[in-house]
Ligand binder design. Sequence first.
Ligand code: ACO
Length: 275
Amino acid sequence: MKTYETLAIDVDPDGVGILTFNRPDKRNAMSPQLHRDMAEALEEIRYDPTVRVLVLTGAGPAFCAGMDLKQFFTELGDKPAEYDKVFRIATEWRGRTLRYFPKPTIAMINGFCFGGAFAIVEGCDLAIAAEDATFGLSEINFGTFPGGAVSKALANLLRPRDALFYGMTGRKFDGKVAADIGFINYAVPAASLRDEVMVVAREIAAKNSHALAATKDGYHHSLDMGWDAAISYANVMQDSLTLRQKGAWQEKGIGDFLKGEFRPGLEANPGLRDG
Ligand code: ACO
């Protein structure tokens, strides 16, 4: 895989790609270069067959300290075209690209997670944090609001009272609270974070990749549809999945169950991983 100035990417033999924001000295704040790197890396990983599940995390004590306040807001302040270009890339990769990424994504939140980083967490399918990770909507503390994709990320995931409480106070909260308010799946002690995430990632990496992509698509697109359109879309997607798998979920999935070879309620059919 290509080398990136602000990222490190490793892929393990089970198909788990780990993308690490790699500006620890700046608490992995999202500089314009990091946004450009992310857009390019996600495009590369999208088509890399060795990556089945993507984990996003940060180097050092931070997951991501939000937008790079100096390089983005200050240094691009008098360059409207460049500001607009970076803003568009920044919004696209955290919002649409991650949301509709054809492979499962997991945010592994190892430390500080502020402001614009909430949109990364929300864009990922799953999020698991260290219990002592620090989250905060700090925008209010420097006199602004959760702009860009962040307000929508809050609206998508949080209950109104929590979104407005943390948005208006700027109070920080830890991984346990992030789980309690539904911003992440769950939190674990920092020392076991990586192992825990890898167990989940490998479990998902062993499932059928077409079925995983359909699971994401069905969920995300249904959110914006009425009931009739959602059912119609699901029916079309079912046909499309059958085509892409060449009928495998019926023949091997249901077929092997009927032969008594496995119980889908309790385990996956290993022969369906790549089919
Ligand atoms: N943008 C630019 N630089 C940053 C950012 C950021 N968001 N966050 C940290 N840095 C830089 C610091 O300026 C410092 O740089 P320096 O060594 O050149 O002086 C370096 O990272 C280390 O930061 P410290 O504050 O010394 O680290 P510490 O571990 O004590 O604190 C913390 C970390 C809590 C993350 C603190 O840096 C902070 O409050 N950062 C801002 C977080 C924030 O409000 N993010 C923006 C949200 S709004 C948005 O994203 C739109």
